[in-house]
Design a protein around this ligand. Structure first.
Ligand code: BGC
Length: 762
């Protein structure tokens, strides 16, 4: 207490000075005077970020002697723990024992909720609901900050066109327009009001282009044209920067020959000079050290490379700590470079309010009140319902009625371990509602529920071992696969309907979870085949963190409801949708391929010189851009998702078919709910630029609106289109639009649209 008082006195003196130097920005003055007192070692210390060894494990190296280093002023922040007492103890050391009492940042991977877990981010993106996502970030910030966290490693905004890459689960899919809106919403949600005890600093990641790793193989290289980068992969990071994100994490991949953490073009030219980013950058886990593995030199060389490139803080590895002083003496790194890095980290602490009160986020009473509240759980259920995508419902077997006998079958039906999905650092699987529990809660005494496991998630022992490294997600039944199948089909044959709960285990996606075969594991496909033979209506409830190849399932099941990993309230949300209390409205944000051989597969593809059109060219054409053995089309296109009702799209009405200059064009379309149920539709706007100075995509998403319609109701939906929506990067990276024809497309997904032509003059 006495020492903490000393800290306050220290701050008070500075505060008085702030008053007298009002013309200078208060934070600048405070940090100037603090940095004047700091030794070079203390400045270098601020650039060091440690991982708590007993916290969430996210890499292969660990930090040592953390407390001693905090006391010695050799630590800028710590991450990986959400134990408030542990956090308090470390902050005590920083504030009371270190010479200048500089408080620590406490980071954590709050990826889709803190303790109340929301659906995995890819799932949430399928809601196309930015207000919902902003609120998810807000609640996550409330919960995490109440346990001492002031910095969250989120949002992950890596665009990806490759579902083999396991980390697609953490992002918002393949489209830069939607990805940018989501990035902005999440950053705003976390960073609502700096200085308040429930506002945390966001960290957008992974900068940059990590989602384009070759072959979808984890940590692999990225090689990309500048046009592709600027047009498709960079916009979400830029949107986060424009929304004021406080920090940015580098990515593991090398990018056109230089890994991000040592890439000056990326971290200094693009990020600071072009985008005017003012926050601080942090390397990904041991990524500075890994520059040596990339083949860029010894410890000193890579440290200098990273710092000089613009990596301000090093996450795990301590190469900065070991080498920067020597590097300064050798003239390979300037004092100014260390000062710059130290300053942006101190600014972040100042912004968070940590200098005013290092214990702002450490309040055990708040933690007890704000975690896993009923309101948070109710909201999590609502978000889960909005994230589910109905992929098939033909014949219309859904929604179900809560009567008769329902067979709930499958290895994921009663598996708490798999409901939350990958990357739920502080989540507790014991709080999760399983599908079986959710269905039982819903049906109550009105029907009979039979449950059978039916199969193991996989019988592939290698896959099982690798997935189960941290948690036992894939349990193995004592019975043989044949015995399990027999037991399941026997039970199913007594039911009126079968709900088969199948898919991936939670950690079959996420970091270090790339797959070459993105199908439902064989053991479960066999289960579905056996269930199909019973002749009962077969509904697949599908758990997955990536698009899967579902040709067989689509041909064989009557309905498929993709539920991703829905978080804490998964089971209740699924029951609400299966029984029609909520009419599904999610739309996929990554294309689902028919076959892995089509990957990468994405809607905003190029025409090519020999464009293949299945309808026009048939299946026996020659010399077209196609495959001999598979069509080019996805099984489910980007933006696709069904409802229990049907929506009819009218024709597009344009305010002016010949707009000019900066005029705003209005495109209106009438949507009618022609089915029996009330429901919500996400109306999507795409634009095609048929002639340009470089080759363009066949279409690009440029807007979306959600509309709720009662059965029989119609509403007009209007999009305002401005020249900004027509702009693209040309060969010289000039960002502009050309006068000429454009096709405006509005529809229910990227494939099924109405269109209208406009001629836009300059
Ligand atoms: C991941 C990051 C994560 C970090 C800290 C890394 O392995 O790539 O996304 O934020 O670990 O846990």
């Amino acid at each position: 207490m006495k020492l903490y008082h000393r800290f306050s006195t220290f701050f008070l003196i500075s505060f008085i000075s702030i008053q007298s130097f009002a013309q200078k920005n208060a934070s600048e003055y405070f940090i100037d005077s603090l940095m004047n007192k700091m030794s070079l070692d203390e400045k270098i210390g601020q650039l060091n970020l440690a991982a708590v060894p007993d916290g969430a494990i996210t890499g292969t190296e660990f930090s040592k002697d953390i407390n001693q280093k905090i006391a010695d002023g050799q630590m800028g922040g710590v991450f990986g723990t959400w134990n408030i007492m542990e956090i308090k103890a470390m902050q005590d050391i920083a504030v009371n024992k270190s010479r200048l009492h500089i408080p620590l940042l406490f980071g954590l991977d709050v990826i889709h909720g803190h303790k109340t877990i929301f659906p995995v981010p890819l799932g949430m993106s399928c809601s196309w609901d930015t207000a919902l996502l902003r609120q998810v970030a807000r609640i996550s910030a409330d919960e995490a900050s109440s346990e001492g966290i002031n910095w969250v490693f989120s949002p992950m905004v890596d665009i990806s066109r490759d579902p083999r890459w396991g980390r697609v689960v953490e992002g918002a899919g393949e489209d830069p327009f939607l990805g940018s809106q989501i990035a902005k919403a999440i950053v705003e949600g976390y960073q609502q009001n700096f200085g308040a005890n429930n506002t945390v600093m966001a960290c957008v990641k992974h900068f940059a282009l990590y989602g384009a790793v070759v072959g979808g193989r984890e940590y692999n290289s990225v090689d990309m044209s500048p046009q592709q980068m600027y047009q498709y992969y960079l916009p979400p990071y830029k949107a986060a920067v424009d929304a004021g994100v406080g920090s940015i994490m580098t990515s593991f991949n090398d990018l056109n020959g230089l890994p991000s953490s040592g890439n000056k073009w990326l971290l200094s030219n693009l990020l600071r000079k072009q985008w005017k980013f003012k926050g601080f950058t942090v390397s990904d886990y041991s990524a500075v050290g890994e520059l040596a593995n990339h083949g860029l030199g010894d410890e000193k060389t890579i440290s200098a490379l990273a710092l000089n490139a613009g990596t301000n803080m090093e996450m795990v590895g301590e190469h900065y700590l070991h080498t920067l002083k020597d590097l300064i003496n050798e003239g390979k790194v300037s004092v100014q470079a260390v000062d710059n890095a130290c300053r942006v980290i101190l600014e972040a602490k100042y912004k968070l309010g940590l200098f005013q009160n290092p214990y702002l986020f450490i309040n055990t009473e708040r933690a007890a009140k704000e975690i896993l509240t009923k309101a948070h759980k109710d909201f999590a259920q609502q978000v889960a319902e909005h994230s589910f995508v109905l992929l098939k419902n033909n014949p219309q077997v859904l929604p179900l009625q809560s009567k008769g006998t329902i067979a709930v079958i499958g290895p994921l039906a009663d598996s708490k371990a798999n409901m939350l999905g990958a990357w739920n650092a502080a989540g507790d699987t014991s709080n999760a509602i399983t599908v079986l529990d959710g269905i039982k809660n819903f049906v109550g005494g009105k029907g009979t529920i039979i449950y059978r496991k039916g199969a193991n998630i996989t019988d592939d022992s290698l896959l099982k071992r690798r997935v189960n490294i941290f948690k036992n997600e894939i349990s193995t039944d004592e019975r043989t696969p044949e015995q399990m199948l027999e037991d399941a089909t026997e039970a199913a044959s007594k039911a009126n309907v079968i709900v088969a709960v199948v898919g991936e285990a939670a950690d079959m996606t996420g970091e270090s979870a790339s797959r070459t075969h993105i199908d439902i594991p064989e053991s479960q496909r066999n289960l579905l085949k056996a269930l199909k033979k019973t002749g009962k209506p077969l509904i697949a409830v599908l758990f997955n963190g990536r698009p899967l190849t579902l040709k067989w399932e689509n041909d064989s099941c009557d309905a498929i409801l993709d539920v991703w990993f829905g978080g804490t309230e998964t089971g209740n949300a699924i029951a609400d949708v299966l029984f029609g209390r909520y009419n599904p409205s999610g739309k996929i944000t990554m294309s689902f391929p028919k076959d892995e051989g089509q990957i990468p597969l994405y809607y905003n593809r190029k025409n090519t010189g020999r464009y293949y059109d299945e309808k026009r060219d048939g299946l026996s054409s020659k010399f077209k851009s196609d495959y001999l053995d598979e069509s080019n089309d996805p099984l489910f296109p980007f933006g696709y998702g069904l409802s229990y009702t049907t929506f009819l799209y009218g024709n597009i009405q344009l305010s002016n078919a010949r707009p000019s200059g900066n005029e705003a064009l209005k495109a209106t379309i009438k949507i009618t709910n022609t089915g029996k149920y009330a429901g919500e539709e996400t109306v999507q706007l795409y634009i095609t630029d048929p002639v340009a100075r470089v080759t363009r995509s066949v279409e690009d998403l440029q807007g979306f609106k959600k509309v709720f319609l009662q059965s029989g109701e119609s509403k007009d939906v209007t999009f305002t289109i401005i020249p900004e929506n027509l702009k693209y990067y040309d060969y010289d990276l000039k960002y502009d639009w050309d006068a000429g024809d454009f096709i405006i497309r509005i529809g229910t997904n990227s494939r099924d649209t109405q269109s209208a032509k406009v001629k836009w003059s300059k």
